[in-house]
Write a protein that binds this ligand. Structure first.
Ligand SMILES: [Zn+2]
Ligand SMILES: [Zn+2]
Length: 128
C-alpha cells in the first residue's frame, strides 16, 4: 500500500473513533455518524461494521471473533482476516469490509463480547 493511502486510512480511523465516542456521549445520532463515515467512500455495510467496531474499545475489555460465511466465495483478504474460531482483543480483529477487497460482499460475520470481573457480558453477533 502506498504511503499516502496509508496516511489517509489512519486519519479516517481516528475520525471513526471520534464518531463512536460522540455517539456514546449522545452528541451525534447513529444515523449521523454513519452518514459521515460513508462520506469517506465506504459502502453502507462497511460503514456500519466500522462504526460497530469503533463503538467497542479494547479498554473496556471487548473481544471479537470473525468468521467466514460457509456459503460465500471469499476474497484472499477475508481468508487471512478471520480469527480461526478464536476470540481476540478487539483491536487485533478487523471488521468485515476493512482492508478487504470484497468490501463485505462475502457476508463475513463478526461477534463481540465484553469481560467484566471475569463474566462475559453483552455478547452480540452482527449479521445482515
Ligand atoms: Zn473479503
Ligand atoms: Zn469475507
Amino acid at each position: 500500500m502506498n504511503r499516502e493511502i496509508r496516511r489517509l486510512l489512519k486519519q479516517q480511523e481516528k475520525a471513526l473513533v471520534r464518531f463512536a465516542e460522540q455517539l456514546r456521549d449522545g452528541k451525534v445520532s447513529e444515523k449521523q455518524a454513519l452518514a459521515r463515515i460513508r462520506n469517506y467512500g465506504r459502502s453502507p455495510e462497511q460503514a456500519w461494521h466500522q462504526l460497530e467496531h469503533a463503538k467497542r474499545p479494547k479498554e473496556e475489555n471487548w473481544q471479537a471473533k470473525r468468521w467466514l460465511d460457509p456459503q460465500a466465495k471469499h476474497c484472499p483478504d477475508c481468508l487471512r482476516l478471520h480469527t480461526k474460531g478464536q476470540w481476540r482483543a478487539v483491536n487485533l480483529v478487523k471488521p468485515p469490509g476493512q482492508a478487504c477487497r470484497c468490501r463485505t460482499r462475502c457476508r463475513c460475520q463478526i461477534a463481540y463480547r465484553r469481560f467484566v470481573n471475569g463474566n462475559i457480558l453483552d455478547q452480540v453477533t452482527l449479521a445482515r
